[in-house]
Design a protein around this ligand. Structure first.
Ligand SMILES: [Zn+2]
Length: 289
């Protein structure tokens, strides 16, 4: 698997028409959203390839200190950051499936404690306009969303699992960009990364009822499976919310990957938790110079 050429593991045409391409350096591979990059935003959605973690092997696990050695994670982060040419300050948060949006006003704020990536801050979305800061969101099936506004050069990274999506967290991040940086939705572009998709992600009545209560047309997000269960389309739900917030549909790019189907490329909590007990974390990052 590790030596499989990139063109063998994905349909290049499909990838390109979705607005993405692969970047590889020293065996580390990531998906880049090309239009977001052309707008001036460094960005990447990591894969599991090219790391040092035994999950099960050569895995690029970028977070989850309770499930992997810290030195593995730091080495993997160094390898991941080599995909970018400049020095970047990586900053994230301790994600709690909540609705708080952290504003990173300066490089000093991005730094927090050395090496801990702002993991002491509890939130599920980050916004900033500070150059050379890479905002990072960690996922393994949840939906990562990156947003950039080319006019104010402000940007956001959002963690949208079913809870975050049901709370319209991408809209909260956009509202924060508008308030903090006077950004306008019509100037924004968004990239939605690999996640557990409608082809695989089955949920039960607790999730279904939350969505039906909060979003009257939520039926279209679900495909019924067995009694009390349905598969949910979180890519579509987040796309709908981005459009409702005012982002043009042709400024929204969805990576054509399901983390549960493409467990060879991505970590999947739902596929691996039972099997291995431990699951690696992907990282989605955005920043500007
Ligand atoms: Zn799938």
């Amino acid at each position: 698997m590790m030596s499989t050429p990139i063109e063998m593991i994905t349909d290049e045409n499909e990838l390109q028409s979705a607005g993405f391409y692969w970047r590889e350096r020293d065996g580390v591979r990531a998906l880049i959203c090309a239009p977001l990059e052309r707008d001036g935003f460094a960005n990447a959605f990591s894969t599991r390839l090219g790391g040092v973690s035994p999950m099960p092997e050569q895995a690029l696990n970028l977070a989850g200190f309770n499930e992997d050695d810290a030195e593995n994670i730091y080495e993997n982060r160094r390898r991941f950051l080599k995909l970018f040419d400049d020095d970047w300050l990586l900053t994230g948060c301790w994600q709690v499936h909540g609705i708080d949006v952290r504003v990173v006003h300066s490089a000093a704020e991005a730094q927090s404690k050395p090496g801990v990536l702002g993991d002491d801050e509890y939130c599920d979305a980050l916004v900033s306009d500070t150059p050379n800061v890479l905002l990072a969101i960690k996922t393994a099936d949840c939906v990562p969303v990156l947003i950039g506004d080319h006019v104010t050069r402000s940007f956001a990274a959002v963690h949208a699992g079913w809870r975050g999506t049901s709370s319209s967290i991408v809209k909260l991040a956009i509202a924060k960009l508008q308030r903090e940086f006077r950004a306008r939705a019509e100037d924004m572009r968004a990239a939605i990364g690999p996640a557990a998709n409608a082809c695989c992600y089955e949920v039960g009545t607790e999730v279904i009822s939350v969505f039906k209560e909060r979003f009257p047309p939520a039926n279209k997000l679900f495909t019924a499976t067995r009694e009390g269960h349905a598969r949910i389309d979180l890519h579509q739900a987040n796309r709908d919310q981005l459009i409702e917030a005012g982002i043009s549909s042709d400024h929204i790019h969805i990576a054509p990957f399901c983390t549960m189907d493409r467990n060879d490329l991505f970590f999947s909590y739902r596929r691996e938790k039972q099997k291995h007990g431990r699951v690696g974390r992907l990282m989605s990052v955005i920043g500007t110079r």
